[in-house]
Design a binder for this molecule. Structure first.
Ligand code: BGC
Length: 252
C-alpha cells in the first residue's frame, strides 16, 4: 500500500473543480481549485478551464474528468445542463489534446457515476452489497446504480417522468433555490420523486449526494420512502475523488 495519487476534475453547471486525490484514502490530497464554468459552457471553453486547473498543480499523470452527460467511449451523448455543443463531442480526444496527453491517460465519465464510485469505495456505500442507487441533487438530478459494488454506467434516473414532468425540473436542489423553498417544503418533492423511482426499482439503499447532502439532517429524515436513504459522506468532493479513481484504476 502506497500513497498513490490521481487527479480528478468535476465539471458542473456552475463550477469546475479539480485537484490531486489520495486514491487509497479516497480523499482530496490538496486544497481543490475551483473556477466558474464558462458561459456558454462550450467544449472548447470548458477544455481551457480544465487545462488551467491541471496546469496549476503541475500535474503530469493521468486525469479523470466528469461531465454532466451520458458518456460512452469518451463521447458525450446528452447535455441537459451544459452547452448543447457537447452532444456528439469526443470529450476524451478533446481533453487529451488540450492537456497534451495520450488518449488512454484521460478518462471521461458521467458526474454522478464518478460520485457514486467514490461513495462506494470510501463513503456511505462502502461495504454495501445488493442494489445501491446514488442520487445527486444539484442543478439537475444525477444517478449511479451499483449491483454488488459494480457500476451500471449512464443511468439517467433524474429524467424519469413524474406527474407528467421531467423529474429533475421538480425535485433538483436548484428548484429548491429557484422557488425559495424551505427543506420541509422541498422534501415532499423528493419523496414524490423517489417513490416514482421505487415503482421500477427495489434498491437496498439510496445515497443522497450533491451540495444539499451537507444539510441532509434537515430533509432526509422527512422523506417517506420504502428504501432507506442516507446522506453521501464525501459530499461535493465525491465527483473529483471518483474521477481520479476511475482514471487511476480503470474503474470507469
Ligand atoms: C444529466 C445527467 C447528470 C445529472 C447531474 C442530468 O441532467 O442528464 O447526465 O448526471 O444531470 O449533473
Amino acid at each position: 500500500m502506497g500513497t498513490a495519487r490521481g487527479f480528478g476534475v468535476d465539471i458542473g453547471g456552475s463550477g469546475i473543480k479539480g485537484c490531486p486525490v489520495d486514491i487509497e484514502g479516497g480523499v482530496l490530497a490538496e486544497e481543490r481549485m475551483r473556477i466558474p464554468t464558462p458561459q456558454p459552457s462550450t467544449p472548447s471553453a470548458v477544455a481551457d478551464a480544465v487545462a488551467e486547473i491541471v496546469d496549476k498543480f503541475s500535474w503530469t499523470g493521468p486525469v479523470g474528468i466528469t461531465l454532466p452527460c451520458v458518456v460512452k467511449d469518451g463521447t458525450a451523448l446528452t447535455a441537459a445542463n451544459i452547452d448543447k455543443g457537447w452532444i456528439g463531442t469526443d470529450a476524451q480526444a478533446l481533453f487529451a489534446e488540450r492537456l497534451g496527453r495520450a488518449r488512454e491517460d484521460v478518462v471521461v465519465l458521467n458526474d454522478a457515476d464518478a460520485a457514486g464510485i467514490a461513495e462506494m469505495r470510501a463513503g456511505a456505500g462502502a461495504g454495501h452489497r445488493g442494489l445501491v442507487v446514488v442520487l445527486t441533487f444539484g442543478t439537475g438530478i444525477g444517478s449511479a446504480m451499483f449491483i454488488d459494488g459494480r457500476l451500471v454506467p449512464n443511468t439517467e434516473f433524474g429524467h424519469i417522468e413524474v406527474d407528467g414532468h421531467d423529474a429533475e425540473t421538480q425535485a433538483a436542489a436548484s428548484v429548491k433555490d429557484e422557488l425559495d423553498l424551505s427543506y420541509p417544503e422541498w422534501a415532499p418533492r423528493v419523496t414524490r420523486y423517489v417513490q416514482a423511482l421505487e415503482q421500477f426499482l427495489w434498491p437496498d439503499l439510496i445515497i443522497a449526494g450533491g451540495g444539499v447532502s451537507k444539510k441532509g439532517h434537515k430533509w432526509i429524515p422527512l422523506l417517506e420512502t420504502r428504501t432507506p436513504v442516507v446522506a453521501a459522506a464525501l459530499r461535493n468532493d465525491a465527483g473529483i475523488v471518483g474521477a481520479a479513481t476511475a482514471a487511476t484504476s480503470g474503474n470507469a
